[in-house]
Design a protein around this ligand. Structure first.
Ligand SMILES: Cc1cc2nc3c(=O)[nH]c(=O)nc-3n(C[C@H](O)[C@H](O)[C@H](O)COP(=O)(O)OP(=O)(O)OC[C@H]3O[C@@H](n4cnc5c(N)ncnc54)[C@H](O)[C@@H]3O)c2cc1C
Length: 871
């Protein structure tokens, strides 16, 4: 019997397999052999029942209905959870179609680990729901045990930053009632005697974490769903999705086709795991995921391991899962094996483990639990799993096809996220939205020291380094697949220096950008913004319905507004500029009939905004066009007391308060180029945005910089925007404002035309909320002590945790850390302004509390003078 240490020796002495040359930009070649059936470590799997003739020969496990309200494709963790939650939320006509047998894809061989604490409040809520379902709800409903084992979870910190991260999670856990303890190495040893703690800084212990059983969970889920009228049909591969185009030209799902007949349905949920791309192609929907091999090995019996918690060592990239009286050892490689030719014959299958790839986990595992060195390996489990570019699942209705929902791409967390995500999908299908927020001229700037950073999938100027350029190098795959690891790369070094929960090393650089903006002026490149036109005969009707604020002002006006969902949650905040009809047709002013509006939305949320608006236009059958001009227009924003003097030299327009008031826009010439200038600010200063046709971006930018030189104009990045905007209390959608927050809760009642009688999407929900009294409210808190905060800290009021911080940053003008978070009344009552004012507050960061002061207005310029040019 091989032991882990022998496996490591063999792997390191064998010649390494190398993928073919020239793979850097191509999908990476699989080095796996053929799939093989393995002896898996479960006492019982659904596979046992699946023995017998082939799928085609067996035929469907029951006759297909002619119609269904919803068809769920795939009987793994996600399909079963979605079906259960649909049934539970009252959909009786839901049908699940599984190609083979339930769990036969990835789910049957999952490790089933469930951790409750993750560095995202939404994920913490999703995980809590899965845990509730598998540990309590299903058993109560069916009388069956799902196989849930609550053996606890232990996160390992082998450096200070990691321990800091865990301390942050512990503070967040308090806001959600998740018990957790930061343990010293000695306490960890007492809890887990077989663990090596010599190199540990500490651990995070979560006693109510545990392990899910895939077969038990899925069987119980479908049993409970069937009891509520849902139908599960196995041995029934979906072979096609029929699509119809309605009278308004909108593509909609019409039916699902199988070898055994078709089912008419308006709604399909693609829960087909690694096969989701294939199912997507049947409907003409692109599903951006890749299939990879993911593996663990199961050891022989280990004396003394019984009842130990599961272990996750993030720095060693390994996990150790309790498997009765043995361990499963798995991890995440930097050179995973891709499964390029995803086979539709693969069921209850596994791949041969590539020891060459897996061996990198062995050292880390043996270091953590040394007895593993002498322990034999009973079996290997290497199966397919799907991964997405941002490591978040693909959820929700596909923008290309109405009625086609995705529930796939689970990045090795589809068991633990299954319950939470299944519930959100069901909610999305039934109510049109999920309950929670499920959402995430460069060379010119580079030469000026711009350090680009990623934000929600977009590359954006972070800050401007005085030490010179820091070009972004090509991805080096950590040296895998025959690539060279970059040596001493300025860009990597600058970003690496930020991996801390302290103030970053370039804190002073960001401070200078912020203070110069407040004292002189700064220019921000915001070309990543989404820029849409809403045009047509019904554009005004559509704008009235879509936007919470009154945008029916004369052409030339610009209005900051929210877009809401039916539940009154905020889908977006944006600016809407009413256009005058003109003869010109071009990126700045397209020709239109009826009315026209120009919408500027945050870049990270552009796709989300597009989908929301398109869906509403289709549902309401408004006769208008939505045009995406994001790629055709750039945008720079010049902000600060000197902005008027600078721009007056560049623009051919009068920029005085009377000729160009706040919240208006004009087509003007900048250094001879036609641009749309908008007097607006997202940092609380006098300033203008210039929306510029692509070809004119560089000359306009240069003209602004030249004119600004004598006024002290500087470049600034989004890190400065974050700091400046938090001082002014401007919301960041997806941080302190999300689709599960109403504008009333977020202090944005001024964006809602509730005093008018104009109906708008979400109005009824807001009115009800206002009548009942707010149960939560966004508050602003400042901390005297100079301590960095990043969000997720716990908010204490009068000795009780009443919420957590959604967004925090350092405000350089007020010289304090500023935090925003929603608070609740522990008695369950309303959160009135008196309730907010009357408390004593503190913020808990990594287990330490800091006294905090609450504010009802923004901490900086509470009377909004500066945007009006009053200095
Ligand atoms: C080794 C390993 C360990 C893991 N450990 C964990 C863990 O500890 N914790 C955790 O949370 N997650 C873990 N995961 C990940 C987790 O198991 C997966 O994310 C999850 O099981 C995926 O479930 P799914 O329903 O999306 O996909 P699947 O389970 O693959 O289900 C998709 C189903 O769709 C069916 N299907 C495909 N095409 C069609 C068609 N045309 N018609 C009808 N049906 C079709 C397939 O037969 C399959 O049954 C692990 C994964 C692996 C590989």
């Amino acid at each position: 019997m091989a032991s882990l240490s022998r496996a490591l020796r063999v792997a390191t002495t064998c010649p390494r397999k190398r993928p073919a040359q020239g793979l850097r930009l191509q999908p990476l070649a699989s080095v796996a052999g053929p799939t093989t059936e393995k002896n898996v470590p479960y006492q019982r799997t659904l596979k046992e029942e699946a023995q017998g003739p082939s799928t085609a020969a067996r035929g469907p496990s029951q006759p297909l209905p002619r119609t269904a309200d919803v068809v769920v494709i795939g009987g793994g963790s996600l399909g079963c959870q979605t079906l259960y939650h649909l049934a539970k939320l009252g959909v009786s006509g839901a049908v699940l179609l599984e190609r083979e047998r339930l769990t036969s894809g990835t789910t049957w061989h999952t490790a089933g680990l469930l951790w409750q604490l993750r560095p995202s409040d939404v994920e913490v809520e999703l995980l809590a729901h899965t845990r509730r379902v598998v540990s309590r709800e299903l058993e109560k409903e069916t009388g069956l045990h799902t196989g849930w084992i609550q053996n606890g979870g232990l996160f390992i910190a082998s450096n200070r930053q990691r321990l800091d991260e865990y301390k942050r999670l512990m503070s967040l856990g308090k806001a959600y009632g998740v018990e957790s303890h930061v343990l010293s190495p000695a306490e960890t040893k007492a809890l887990y005697p077989l663990m090596n703690v010599d190199d540990l800084y500490g651990t995070l212990y979560v006693p109510q974490d545990g392990t899910m059983d895939p077969a038990g969970t899925c069987t119980t889920l479908v049993r409970a769903a069937a009891a509520r009228g849902a139908q599960v049909i196995e041995n029934c591969p979906v072979t096609g999705i029929r699509v119809r185009t309605d009278d308004f030209g909108v593509r909609r799902v019409a039916a699902v086709e199988t070898q055994h007949g078709s089912i008419q349905t308006p709604c399909v949920v693609n829960c087909a795991g690694v096969w989701a791309s294939t199912v997507g192609r049947m409907a003409g929907v692109k599903v951006p995921l890749v299939a990879m091999h993911h593996a663990y090995v199961v050891t022989e019996r280990i004396e003394g391991i019984q009842n130990m918690p599961n272990v996750r060592d993030h720095d060693a990239s390994v996990y150790l899962r309790l498997q009765g009286d043995a361990l499963s050892v798995g991890g995440y490689e930097c050179n995973p094996v891709f499964w390029e030719e995803v086979s539709d014959k693969f069921a209850f299958g596994l791949f041969d483990l590539d020891w060459d790839v897996f061996s990198q986990h062995i050292e880390g595992a043996i270091n953590r639990v040394p007895v593993l060195e002498r322990t034999g390996i009973k079996s290997t489990v290497c199966g397919p799993e799907s991964f997405t570019p941002d490591h978040k699942p693909l959820m929700g209705e596909a923008p290309e096809l109405r009625g086609f929902f995705l529930g796939c791409g689970f990045n090795s967390a589809g068991m633990m996220l299954g319950g939470g995500c299944g519930q959100e999908l069901a909610h999305w299908i039934i109510h049109g939205r999920p309950e929670k927020d499920m959402y995430g001229y460069d060379i010119e700037l580079l030469e000026q020291g711009c350090v680009f950073q990623e934000r929600h999938g977009w590359e954006r100027p972070g800050w401007f380094s005085p030490q010179g350029t820091a070009p972004v190098p090509d991805y080096d795959y950590y040296g895998a697949y025959g690539n060279q690891v970059h040596q001493d790369c300025a860009y990597t070094r600058l970003l690496g220096d930020e991996y801390t929960f302290e103030f970053p090393p370039h804190h002073c650089v960001i401070q200078k950008e912020c203070l110069t903006c407040r004292e002189a002026a700064a220019v921000f490149n915001m070309s990543y913004f989404g820029k849409f036109y809403l045009l047509g005969l019904d554009a005004s009707k559509a704008a009235d319905w879509l936007f919470s604020a009154d945008v029916s002002r004369p052409p030339g006006s610009t209005v900051y507004t929210c877009m809401l969902n039916q539940r009154g949650g905020t889908e977006s905040d944006l600016t809407v500029s009413r256009l005058a009809p003109g003869p010109e047709a071009g990126p700045l002013a397209p020709a239109f009939e009826g009315d026209g509006y120009y919408l500027a939305v945050g870049g990270a949320a552009a796709q989300h905004n597009w989908s929301h608006i398109s869906t509403v236009l289709q549902d309401q059958k408004f006769r208008c066009r939505l045009i995406d001009s994001s790629e055709d227009l750039g945008m720079i924003s010049i902000q600060g007391p000197a902005s008027r003097a600078i721009l007056q030299e560049v623009l051919d327009a009068d920029l005085s308060n009377s000729a160009f008031p706040f919240s208006t826009h004009q087509l003007v010439r900048a250094a001879g180029h036609l641009v749309r200038a908008m007097r607006l600010s997202f940092v609380g200063e006098l300033g203008w945005e210039l929306h510029i046709p692509r070809a004119s971006c560089v000359p306009v930018y240069r003209a602004v910089m030249t004119a600004g030189a004598k006024h002290g104009l500087v470049n600034a990045g989004y890190r400065a925007i974050d700091s400046l905007s938090i001082e002014k209390g401007y919301r960041h959608w997806h941080a302190d404002l999300r689709s599960d927050d109403s504008p009333l809760e977020a202090g944005l009642a001024f964006t809602c035309k509730l005093k008018s009688c104009v109906p708008f999407l979400g109005r009824e929900a807001l009115e009800k909320q206002r009548e009942a009294g707010l149960r939560r409210r966004l508050v602003s808190l400042t901390v005297e002590e100079k301590v960095p905060m990043f969000g997720l800290e716990a908010i204490w009021r009068n000795g009780q945790v009443v919420g957590h911080v959604r967004r925090a940053d350092f405000g350089f003008t007020v010289d304090k850390t500023i935090a925003y978070g929603y608070i609740q009344n522990p008695s369950g009552g309303p959160v009135s302004l008196d309730f907010v004012k009357s408390g004593d507050y503190a913020l808990e960061r990594m287990g330490i509390t800091y006294a905090a002061q609450v504010h009802l207005k923004s901490p900086f310029d509470p009377d909004n003078k500066r945007v009006r040019g009053i200095y």
